[in-house]
Design a protein around this ligand. Structure first.
Ligand SMILES: Cc1cc2nc3c(=O)[nH]c(=O)nc-3n(C[C@H](O)[C@H](O)[C@H](O)COP(=O)(O)O)c2cc1C
Length: 163
């Protein structure tokens, strides 16, 4: 049984919906155990015990969220050189951009010697005023479908052992 770990942080709900959709997609695969962890709760053992990863974060101030960065800060050295080559994908929930948060995650994953198995997925919520940025988000069905497909691809690849 292969295990997919989905680590996410959210402030206004968007990234959580994306993570749940990815988990649903991966769960279509019978031989996959899907473990969804909030970034503030995820620990190095979660990373070590998993065979592949989805990292999902909002873009805040042109960066991954601070809580997501804290997850990587806490886990980076305890798992370094123990997860080389494992597959990952990244998902970003952004108001208008998302590229820099994606670059940051790809850079950390490169340090971990992970293998990116899907292009980074950015969902844009078009929140650009303070009111809209602080409002709870509802991710639309087509974007959730993309997240679900990403999870399904990770799950299928892990189950088939193609990564
Ligand atoms: C403090 C703060 C900074 C933000 N900075 C950016 C940014 O640099 N680029 C961007 O595209 N969106 C930015 N946003 C918008 C969020 O990415 C957007 O609201 C997204 O939906 C948040 O995801 P969440 O709903 O999972 O919290 C920012 C939001 C906050 C609260």
């Amino acid at each position: 049984m292969k295990r997919l770990l989905i680590v996410y942080h959210t402030m206004t709900g968007g990234t959580r919906q994306m993570a749940v959709a990815a988990a649903e997609g991966a769960s279509e695969e019978k031989d996959i155990e899907v473990c969804v962890r909030r970034a503030q709760e995820a620990v190095p053992e979660d990373v070590l015990l998993s065979d592949g990863y989805v990292f999902a974060t909002p873009e805040n101030l042109a960066s991954m969220s601070g809580v997501m960065k804290d997850f990587f800060d806490r886990c980076y050295y305890p798992v370094l050189d123990r997860i080389n080559g494992r597959p990952y994908a990244a998902m970003i929930c952004a108001g208008s951009d998302g590229q820099n948060a994606l670059r940051e995650i790809d850079r950390i994953a490169t340090g971990w010697r992970l293998t990116r198995v899907a292009p980074g997925l950015i969902v844009c919520t078009h929140a650009q005023t303070p009111e809209r940025i602080l409002a709870e988000k509802v991710i639309d069905a087509s974007d959730l479908h993309r997240c679900r497909e990403l999870g399904a691809a990770l799950g299928a690849g892990l189950a088939l052992g193609v990564f």
